[in-house]
Design a protein around this ligand. Structure first.
Ligand code: HAM
Length: 420
C-alpha cells in the first residue's frame, strides 16, 4: 500500500533515505509561526477540515473550484475538504463577530487539500499559516499584516537577501481596466491573465488579453511604470518606519488568482526566483458580506503561507536546524530485580518534566548504554544496591562524564535545580 500522490508522510528525524519531510521540521515551522503571530497580538482559531461545497464554489473563483476534493456524504450533503481557510474564517467571523472587539486579529495553521497537478512547491495537501485582520479599512492594517509576514520569515533566519514581498493593488488594476473600457464581466478573467503572466507563454497571455480587448504591451507598460497608489505608498512608509523597508517593493505583476480580493494584494517570493510563491494575500472587503448573505459587512485582509515552499527554501539556504530526540534522561536497568524501583524513579523524573526513556525489555547493560548515547540524552541514571543493601541512584552527566550518587527519591528535584 502506497501513500496517495501529492500527500506526505512526516517521519521523525533522522529521516529514512528519500523521505524529504520530517515531523520535526513541521513542528519547528509551526512553533515559529505561532510565536511570531502571538508577538503581533494574533489569536489562534481553527475550523473543520470539511465544509459545505457551496462555501467554496461561490466565493473562491474557478481555479480553486477545479481543484476541490469534494464528494457527497452519507447524509446526501455536497461537501468538500477545505482548499483554503479564508471562506471558513469569513463564515466563523460572520457568525460570531459580536463577541469580538474589532479589529479581529486571528491566525490558524490548517491543513488544506487541493487536487492540483503535482509540481515543485505544489502538492495535494499542505499546511498553511493564515493570518487575517477583520474590521479595519485603513492601510495601517495592510502594513501590520505585511510586517507580520516579513517577521515570520525572518524568524527562520531568512533575510532581505533571501526573500522579497511584492506589493500590488487590485484597485490600481481596476482603474486601469475601467480607464481602458474593459467589460465588467471580463474583469476577473483579466485578473487571471495577469496572474499567469510570469508562468505562461507570452503568446498565450497575449491571446487571452486580446480576447477581452487588451494588449500585452499596454499591460507590460503599466507594470513597468509601477507608480504606487496612495494606499500602497502609505504601506511602504509604514513598513519603512518599522525598519522593514528593504523587504518590500511595488510590483504590479502580482494580482492574485483568487476571486474575492478587492484592494492591496501581495506575494512573497525568494529573491533568486527559484521557487513558487512562499506566501500570498490581500484585502477581501466584500467576502464577509457575500458569505453572510448581506447580514455582516466587515472589511478584511489576510495572507496564507504554505509549509511546502518555505520548507524547500529553508533546506536550500541551509537554515534547517539539526533536530534531536529531545530526551533528557535514560534510565539503565541493569538487573531485573531493580525494574520496579527503576520504574518509580522514571515516573518521578517524568512527573518533574524530564523527557525520560528506558528499555522496555531486559537488555544487556552495554546495549542500553549505547542506546542512551544514540538518543543523545544529557544524563544516564541507574539504580545500584550499596553495601548496606539500600538503593542509590548513580547519575552520569554525559557531557562532563562525571557520575554522582544521590538517594533515588531526590534525583528529580536535584536535576531540576540544576545539579550537574
Ligand atoms: P494562495 O495563494 O492560494 O492563497 O495560497 C497561499 C500560499 O499557500 C501559497 O503562496 C503557497 O505557499 C501555499 N500553497 C498554495 N497551494 C499550495 C499547494 N498546492 N501546495 C503547496 N503549497 C501551496 C490562499 O490560499 C488565500 N486563502 C490566502 C489568504 C488568507 N488570503 C487572505 N487570507
Amino acid at each position: 500500500m502506497e501513500r496517495l500522490p501529492g500527500f506526505r508522510d512526516f517521519y521523525p528525524e533522522p529521516l529514512p533515505p528519500s523521505e524529504p519531510w520530517s515531523a520535526d521540521l513541521r513542528q519547528y515551522i509551526f512553533d515559529k509561526w505561532r510565536t511570531v503571530s502571538r508577538r503581533y497580538g494574533f489569536r489562534e482559531y481553527d475550523g473543520p477540515p470539511l465544509e459545505t461545497l457551496e462555501l467554496f464554489t461561490t466565493k473562491s473563483g474557478a481555479e480553486i473550484v477545479g481543484q476541490l476534493y469534494n464528494f457527497t456524504d452519507k447524509g446526501d450533503r455536497a461537501i468538500s475538504l477545505r482548499p483554503e481557510m479564508t471562506p471558513t474564517l469569513a463564515r466563523m467571523v460572520a457568525a460570531r463577530e459580536r463577541s469580538y472587539k474589532k479589529p479581529i486579529k486571528w491566525f490558524a495553521l490548517p491543513q488544506l487539500f487541493r487536487y492540483e497537478r503535482q509540481q515543485k512547491g505544489r502538492l495535494r495537501e499542505h499546511f498553511q499559516f493564515n493570518a487575517d485582520i477583520v474590521g479595519e479599512t485603513d492601510p495601517s492594517a495592510d502594513a501590520e499584516l505585511a510586517a507580520l509576514l516579513i517577521d515570520s520569515l525572518r524568524a527562520f533566519g531568512l533575510t532581505a537577501a533571501d526573500f522579497v514581498l511584492r506589493l500590488s493593488s487590485r484597485n490600481a488594476w481596476h482603474d486601469f481596466f475601467v480607464a481602458r473600457q474593459g467589460a465588467p464581466e471580463a474583469e476577473y478573467e483579466f485578473y487571471q491573465a495577469i496572474d499567469k503572466l510570469e508562468r505562461e507563454e507570452p503568446a498565450k497571455t497575449e491571446e487571452k488579453l486580446r480576447r477581452i480587448g487588451f494588449s500585452l504591451e499596454e499591460v507590460r507598460a503599466f507594470i513597468e511604470q509601477g507608480t504606487p497608489t496612495r494606499e500602497l505608498a502609505g504601506v511602504m512608509e509604514n513598513l519603512a518606519a518599522r525598519g522593514l523597508g528593504e523587504f518590500v517593493k511595488i510590483d504590479y505583476r502580482v494580482i492574485r488568482g483568487l476571486a474575492y480580493y478587492t484592494g492591496i494584494v501581495f506575494e512573497a517570493f525568494d529573491r533568486k526566483g527559484e521557487f513558487r510563491a512562499i506566501a500570498g494575500g490581500g484585502r477581501y472587503d466584500n467576502l464577509l458580506k457575500l458569505i453572510s448573505g448581506g447580514r455582516v459587512d466587515l472589511p478584511a485582509l489576510g495572507f496564507g503561507m504554505g509549509d511546502v515552499v518555505l520548507g524547500e527554501l529553508l533546506k536550500a539556504r541551509g537554515l534547517v536546524p539539526s533536530f534531536t530526540t529531545g530526551l533528557d534522561v535514560f534510565c539503565l536497568i541493569e538487573a531485573e530485580e531493580l525494574r520496579a524501583d527503576s520504574l518509580r524513579l522514571i515516573q518521578s523524573l517524568r512527573e518533574a518534566g524530564f523527557a525520560t526513556d528506558f528499555s522496555l525489555m531486559p537488555a544487556k547493560a552495554d546495549k542500553q548504554f549505547k542506546r542512551a548515547q544514540e538518543l543523545g540524552v544529557s544524563w544516564i541514571v541507574r539504580l545500584v544496591p550499596n553495601t548496606e543493601g539500600t538503593l542509590e541512584a548513580r547519575v552520569k552527566n554525559l557531557q562532563s562524564r562525571e557520575e554522582k550518587i544521590y538517594p533515588p527519591q531526590e534525583v528529580a528535584s536535584l536535576l531540576r535545580n540544576g545539579v550537574k
